[in-house]
Design a protein around this ligand. Structure first.
Ligand code: GLN
Length: 535
């Protein structure tokens, strides 16, 4: 797991805008910042109010606790309600988080018309709420006692836009939704080859706790009980049980942008007390020599029951799903939690095996990776768009949440989210997404802009998403040129540490060191020269 570098909060800005227009992209940069300001200063009086910025942020579904906006929000709250904010102030306030601020103010998030989209989701919620069929799981009293008609839907986009409706703050035990995450943890630790020596990747076509192994004597896949028990044996096997559990809890918290899950001890005790089938699966696998050498079976089963007994609510789980939708980078913190490859593998198996023996039908008609749990949770991933969690405890005969499945049906009826909806441009369905082509070209410009503004948090996210650190603009100016020209010592250092080329040449044959001299940025000059830069 990589840590994001945090920029310190800015001091209350002075009334002068002290950053010069810089070489190369300077005027472009200022122009963009001015446009943002003008978009808020509708009457053209030359100043705006705090509330005007905050209301756009809220309308776009971003939360005021969003870590990626902290510097801007802190700076903003140094102004009292009606205090005028001039262009110079504005520019200082937004600079540390400029990329996200720009995306929000320009409506360039993945779901640009977020209010409209949420209206649709709210409607689907109301329609599915009427469905009272199905029964809560009652194999343990702790699940049997849950009020059956509770229902919540929460979502989080890859830009961190959040929406929730209904009982989204009520805790439930995560049960089988622990399976994809433990699979990811095993992959991160041991790699694909080793993990799949011990667990297959084929749908079993059987119930989730069926006593069956594949032709190699392995559990069929990580999304059913046998495979999940196997994955548990692969998560930090050398640590003691307490530390292994802490590791899993910490991983969930990181996936959820820092929101900590909880643990339900009575669910755990009940799970453990009524676990004949899971024990049977464990012994059956041991008999078939399926486990890695040295596995302590009872400890592994205990670990599995504990993982099933983790508790969280729909809001937290929607961020976890969004991290998967975003290729392993948590949208609300920008931290890379899992590698792209790990997430790809996990989504593939959620797609083919995530809904027990309804998985084939679900992949066919819904076309999205999802994972259900017996307490009524459903974690749904719309890749590159958002994560959704529905929670409604009544289950169908396969063990999937009735309302959750119906929610998905209505979701893909209304929106073109089915995996193969992209085959035809003729779909009658709504597309709430921003054009991908447009988004890509903006991305290149924005990366360069983030460099010139010193927005390290955003840079980190761009790199995590695979942006090229040396990608130059039409003048051959690489990110390092701009950072040096603007005198952003921390950015220069960050870029170099991330492997940026030291002496790229722009079309005037200039190097970054040249830029630093031109701007007389002493600290940048000495930093570059220490690393061996030339003019
Ligand atoms: N704790 C449950 C079990 O192992 C989890 C299964 C589920 O959610 N389907 O039986």
């Amino acid at each position: 797991m990589t840590e994001a570098t945090q920029t310190p909060p800015p001091v209350k800005p002075s009334s002068t805008n002290d950053h010069g227009p810089g070489h190369g992209n300077g005027s472009e940069v200022d122009h963009r910042e001015q446009q943002l300001f003008q978009s808020l200063d509708r009457d053209g009086v030359g100043s705006i109010r705090r509330s005007e910025i905050l209301s756009v942020i809220k309308r776009m579904g971003l939360q005021l606790e969003d870590a990626r906006l902290q510097e801007t929000l802190i700076a903003l709250h140094r102004y009292v309600e009606d205090e005028p904010i001039t262009y110079a102030d504005f520019s200082n306030i937004v600079r540390p988080n400029i990329l996200l601020v720009e995306r929000v103010l320009q409506g360039h998030t993945v779901i640009p018309d977020f209010e409209d989209f949420c209206g649709d989701i709210g409607q689907i919620y109301t329609e599915t709420r009427k469905n009272q069929t199905g029964k809560v799981a009652d194999y343990i009293p702790q699940l049997g006692r849950v009020a059956p008609d509770q229902y919540g839907v929460a979502l989080c986009t890859i830009d961190g836009q959040r929406y929730s409706v209904g009982d989204t703050k009520v805790d439930f035990s995560i049960q089988s939704t622990t399976k994809p995450i433990n699979y990811c943890l095993a992959l991160e630790e041991h790699g694909e080859d080793l993990v799949h020596k011990h667990v297959g990747r084929e749908p079993s076509g059987r119930g989730f706790n069926d006593l069956t192994l594949d032709s190699h004597g392995r559990p069929h896949n990580p999304m059913i009980n046998a495979g999940a028990i196997m994955c548990c044996s692969l998560v930090r096997p050398k640590l003691d049980l307490a530390d292994r559990f802490d590791f899993v809890m910490d991983s969930w918290a990181a996936l959820a942008g820092g929101q900590r899950p909880r643990f339900n001890n009575s669910v755990y005790l009940s799970e453990r007390g009524t676990a004949d089938r899971n024990f049977a699966l464990g012994y059956f696998m041991r008999e078939n020599k399926a486990f890695p050498e040295g596995t302590n079976l009872v400890e592994t089963l205990e670990f599995y029951f504990q993982c099933c007994s983790i508790e969280m609510n729909a809001e937290i789980m929607s961020v976890v799903a969004a991290t998967l939708a975003n290729g392993g980078v948590c949208p609300t913190t920008g931290k890379q939690i899992f590698s792209l490859r790990t997430v790809q593998n996990c989504l593939s198996l959620m797609y083919s095996c995530g809904m027990y023996d309804f998985s084939g039908e679900f992949a066919f008609s819904i076309g999205l990776p999802a994972k259900s749990g017996v307490a009524g949770a459903l974690m749904i991933v719309v890749p590159n768009v958002m994560g959704i969690c529905t929670w409604a405890p009544r289950l169908d005969k396969h063990g999937n949440s009735v309302r959750g499945v119906e929610f998905c049906k209505r979701l893909v009826n209304r929106f073109n989210f089915h995996n193969y909806d992209n085959l035809t441009g003729l779909s009658q369905k709504k597309d709430p997404r921003r054009s991908q082509l447009r988004a890509k070209s903006d991305e290149v410009m924005s990366f360069i802009w983030a460099v010139s503004k010193g927005d390290i948090t955003a840079l980190q996210q761009y790199l995590a998403r695979g942006a090229d650190i040396n990608e130059a603009d039409y003048d051959g100016r690489a990110p390092l040129h701009l950072a040096a020209a603007e005198g952003h010592e921390r950015v220069v250092e960050f870029l170099l540490n991330q492997g940026a080329e030291l002496n790229p040449r722009d079309r005037w044959n200039g190097t970054p060191l040249e830029d630093a001299y031109r701007g007389n940025h002493k600290s940048v000059i000495s930093l570059l020269e220490k690393r061996g830069a030339v003019r």
